[in-house]
Structures are given as C-alpha cells and as structure tokens.
Design a protein around this ligand. Structure first.
Ligand code: NAP
Length: 321
C-alpha cells in the first residue's frame, strides 16, 4: 500500500489543517505533500486527495487509481482528469470522486431557504425604504402562492427542495433526467425549461458548470420568467449571463438577484454588479465545505476502498459532473 498524496493550491495554513484533520481519521495511512515523493515512490501512489491541484503535479503520479476532490464543484478538475486519461489505456481510466457531504447539502439548503425568504418577504425593498424613511407595507403572497423553481436536482438541489416544501412553497425543479418527487413538479430537457421558467417567481440555480450549462441562463431563456421574477445563483457564475441579467433588472422585467458566485472571484471592484440596487452580492459563502464532516467522508471513502476495493459514486467525466 503506497502513501496518499495531498495536492492543493490552497493557502498553506488551510492545507496543514486539512492534513491534520485527515491524518487523525486515517491513522494507518501516510498522507504526504507531492514534493515528499521520489519518482519511484510517486509511481506507487494510488489515491490523491485534491483541492485545486496543479495538473502537472497530478501528472507526476502516473499510477493513481482515483482522485478525491475536497470540493463539490468539479468544473475545473473534470477536464484535467479527462485530459490525463487521454494518455492512459482506455481500460484503466483515472476516476474522480467529488465531495458528497450531507452536511454540505444541509448548509446549502439553509442558504437557499434564507435567501428565498429574503426575496419572498421583500427584504431588499424594505432596506431601500428604510434608507428613504419610507413607511410603506408591500404586498406579499403566501408561500403556497410563491412559485420557486430549483434548477439542478442533485445532492444540493434535493436538500433545498425539501426545506422549501417544508416551508410550503410551490416548488418545481428542472434536471437532465426527470425526477419523480412527491409535492414538487419535475421538468426535464431543454424543451421544457422555458415552460418551467414561465411558472417561476423565484429561480434558484444549483446546476453544475459544464459545457452544456455554461451560459445556459441567457437573455432569451431568462425572458421567459414572469415580470418581477427573482434569481438566486448559488452554483457557478458562468451558468448565468450576468450582462443579460443586468439588462433584465434595468428594464424592470426581473426585480432582484442574489449572486454568490462569479466567473472571476473575488468579484473585481470595477464590476457593475456591486453597486446595483437590485443585486445582493455574497462572497461565495452559500455552502462552504465543513472540514470536519468532509474529512470524515473522505476517510470513509478511503477506508471502503482499502477494505473492499470499492469506490463511491464517481464523476461521469463525459457529462462533466
Ligand atoms: P450534482 O449532485 O452533481 O447534481 C447536479 C444536478 O444538475 C443534477 O440534478 C443534474 O441532472 C443537473 N444537471 C446537470 N447538467 C444538466 C443539464 N445540462 N441540464 C439539466 N440538468 C442538469 O451537484 P450538487 O452536488 O448538487 O452541486 C451542484 C453545484 O453546486 C456544484 O456543481 C457546484 O458548482 C455548486 N456548489 C456551490 C457551492 C457554493 O458555496 N456556492 C458549494 C458547493 C457546490 P440529473 O439529476 O438528471 O443528472
């Protein structure tokens, strides 16, 4: 059994915290940084734990069997692994495992509920009214009459749908494959997406960024939303065309957007998104990885692999998520 390599480009102090946390849970494993391996030792390594790894460093471990990502989003990593596999025998591809942590899903669901309530209960408008010392109650539909559509019904989408239903929202969802969910309308396929948007007051994006979803929420598509609709983007910035979003907000077609993710992070000071009265900016905080629970998930995955030679669900590299 070779050592495990930990490849990351994160801040060294955070990297050290991860190593400490993982080593505590995996006392029989040796987990080392890449520069601690000789070429011969690197050839023995079958598992890499990664967080934004340098592709060249990953390449220097030629016999990896699988890569465990510490993040849920794999839009950068999936193409790196695909490229890596072009140099391998087709029968022996490197596998990618993304972080699937129920705690992460609960944290995202909590954020989805918090910001849905923020939009539904007119909080952006009341903040503006306070600035104008304006005492003006605004109409507010019941949750049952507020149509919330969740794009992406994966780990995070499903947990979010559950809390929205508990809060009595009128929930719909859209995914590649149709879901059978009690109490939520399920849409699938590109053809049905405009129909789903036509029936949406609050749109929540939890789609992974892939070649298919990049720029998906563009002006023609968002224009299907009813007047005054709101958007929450908690997955990746590049899924939404923010220039189109600004135009739709400025024209009054849409009323507010909560944005946690951007193509370039941190968001540049020159971005027009910062100062827009109908946009709430968050610094990518809707669902941070919890080091304690994530380390336990990673440790369990490694334990299962060592004990039974089984891997958890791996990323479908052709789909990119
Ligand atoms: P996941 O389990 O992989 O689920 C992805 C969902 O999107 C699935 O329902 C899938 O449909 C659907 N989908 C993918 N491509 C599609 C397409 N072309 N058309 C229609 N539906 C499509 O993902 P997850 O774990 O829920 O995470 C979602 C994303 O959240 C991550 O990729 C990451 O970008 C983001 N994230 C953000 C934060 C944050 O703090 N802001 C934190 C963690 C993750 P099927 O079910 O039919 O396959």
């Amino acid at each position: 059994m070779g050592a495990i390599v930990f490849i990351s480009s994160i801040d060294p102090a955070e990297q050290q915290q991860w190593l400490t946390s993982l080593k505590l849970l995996l006392p029989t494993e040796t987990i080392l940084l890449p520069d601690m391996f000789s070429v011969a030792q690197a050839a023995e390594v079958d598992i890499a734990i990664v967080a934004n790894p340098d592709p060249n460093i990953l390449q220097s471990f030629p016999n990896l069997v699988w890569v465990q990502s510490l993040w849920a989003g794999v839009e950068t990593l999936a193409p790196i692994i695909r490229q890596h596999n072009q140099q391998r025998e087709a029968a022996n591809p490197l596998q990618l495992v993304k972080l699937q942590d129920p705690q992460l899903a609960d944290t995202m669901a909590e954020a989805v509920l918090a910001w849905t309530l923020y939009l539904h209960r007119n909080m952006p408008q009341y903040a503006l009214q306070q600035g104008q010392k304006l005492w003006r109650p605004l109409p507010c539909a019941r949750a049952q009459e507020t149509r919330v559509t969740v794009l992406g019904v994966g780990e995070l989408g499903l947990a979010s749908i559950k809390v929205l239903l508990q809060q009595h929202y009128d929930v719909s969802c859209w995914s590649r494959r149709k879901k059978s969910l009690t109490s939520a309308n399920s849409f699938s396929s590109l053809e049905q997406l405009p129909l789903a948007l036509e029936q949406t007051d609050i749109l929540i994006n939890l789609l992974p960024l892939t070649p298919e979803t990049k720029g998906l929420l563009n002006k023609p598509l968002l224009s299907n939303l009813p007047v005054g609709a709101k958007l929450i983007n908690f997955s990746r910035g590049a899924v939404v065309d923010y220039t189109a979003l600004l135009e739709l907000l400025d024209s009054g077609k849409m009323s507010h957007a909560v944005l946690d993710v951007f193509e370039q992070e941190p968001l540049t000071p020159s971005s027009p998104l910062w100062a827009h009265a109908q946009i709430s900016i968050l610094p990518h905080i809707s669902a941070p990885t919890n080091m304690a629970t994530a380390s336990q998930i990673v440790a369990d995955n490694i334990f299962q692999y060592r004990a039974h030679n089984t891997l958890p669900t791996t990323v479908d590299l052709s789909r990119g998520y």
